[in-house]
Design a protein around this ligand. Structure first.
Ligand SMILES: [Zn+2]
Length: 385
């Protein structure tokens, strides 16, 4: 569980939160706004821990890690720091206030009682953009005049979907996407990844630290990526008659891709609508295929980079060392260089376009067999050279 000092790439946000903690003048409600996977959870949890800490470090302000509040928080048993996630697709009023026929709800049970373990009671509303209108309205009065010990931390990916009256009662904290080079360095230094692995994950996650960190802590991820890249290397030299077989291999590969597709982390919420099993499987399958395509497209970007470099005198001056840094899959530079010569810059550009088209078709629910077959037909060359 990270502390404020461990939060990476959000210096401005951390500075604002620390200043408020240092002067003991917290707003009652903070709204953390950022893309999914940008690290909203990590920063708001570390802020919650620091705000509830009994004996915080002061310069700079942070949770101590040793008081009874911190110790319980790290074990996930600090009952005064409550996380509220959507029940199904929305966050509903009965999750805050006890309603007939529903289990006792957190705000009804606790809001009026001063904390006894930590310094504050903290309520984290994980997806404030999913609050139903009645749930949001029921919070307004509390957010207007919260008890002095209460702290509400709301997170939102789509701030436009949060009721404006809630936004106006909150202090907004913007969580930005980290610079790519910074994220790569961070993954290398803190997650023991090689430079090539860190670069690939940075690009794969689009610079989103939450996703990159989740993936880098999953040991299955390495093997999956390496299998996908091995498969990628079989495509450029394959003749046209192999296209359908390769499409079949691609679908098989997708079936085995679980870590990258984020499949085993998903826990089905008991409150969610029961989904038709076939529909769920179909959706998971598309997610797996998309994950494989995301790695393959990075491979093809490398082919394009190398081919373009070998054709342009000004670019071809860069040394092997530099070349490795520019490439996403720098650890495969030898085979990439060889394969890149099998096609022209135009061929590799068309290949990247073919991936983007396949991706869009998948999102539009096109038939998986057709999408993969037409993709592979575009990728293999006429002559197999
Ligand atoms: Zn503490």
């Amino acid at each position: 569980m990270p502390k404020l000092s461990d939060i990476f790439g959000q210096e401005a946000a951390v500075r604002v939160l620390r200043r408020a903690l240092t002067h003991d003048c917290l707003a009652g409600t903070y709204l953390f706004v950022g893309q999914a996977g940008s690290g909203k959870n990590a920063i708001s949890l570390s802020f919650a821990q620091a705000a509830a800490c009994l004996t915080p470090e002061l310069n700079p302000f942070d949770a101590c890690g040793n008081c009874s509040s911190c110790l319980r928080f790290v074990k996930g048993t600090q009952p005064e720091i409550v996380r509220i996630a959507p029940a199904g697709d929305s966050t509903q009023i009965w999750q805050f206030w006890t309603r007939d026929n529903k289990p006792p709800a957190t705000l009804s049970l606790t809001l009026n009682y001063a904390p006894i373990i930590g310094k504050r009671r903290v309520y984290l509303i994980e997806q404030a953009d999913t609050l139903t209108e009645s749930a949001a309205n029921s919070l307004l009065k509390v957010l207007e005049e919260p008890p002095p010990y209460a702290l509400f931390l709301l997170m939102a990916t789509h701030p436009a979907r949060v009721l404006p009256t809630i936004v106006s009662r909150s202090q907004t904290v913007l969580i930005r996407v980290a610079a790519r080079e910074d994220l790569t360095r961070f993954l290398e230094s803190t997650h023991a990844l090689t430079h090539a692995e860190a670069t690939l994950l940075t690009d794969y996650s689009g610079g989103l630290i939450g996703e990159a960190v989740t993936l880098s802590t999953n040991p299955a991820m390495r093997e999956e990526i390496s299998k996908i890249l091995d498969f990628a290397e079989t495509i450029p030299g394959a003749p046209r008659v192999r296209a359908l077989k390769l499409a079949e291999n691609l679908r098989k590969l997708a079936t085995g891709t679980k870590a990258l597709a984020g499949l085993e982390q998903k826990t089905a919420s008991s409150d969610a609508e029961p989904e038709d099993a076939a529909t769920a499987k179909e959706r998971a399958g598309r997610g797996q295929l998309t994950a494989v395509l995301r790695i393959l497209i990075l491979f093809y970007r490398d082919l394009l980079t190398l081919r373009a470099a070998s054709e342009s005198p000004s670019l071809s001056n860069f040394s092997e060392q530099k070349e490795e840094t520019r490439l996403i899959n720098g650890d495969r530079v030898t085979s990439l260089s060889r394969l890149s010569q099998k096609g022209s810059v135009e061929r590799w550009m068309n290949s990247v376009d073919a991936f983007l088209l396949a991706w869009r078709r998948l999102e539009a629910n096109a038939n998986v067999n057709l999408v993969t077959e037409s993709l592979l037909m575009s990728l293999v060359s006429e002559t197999g050279q």
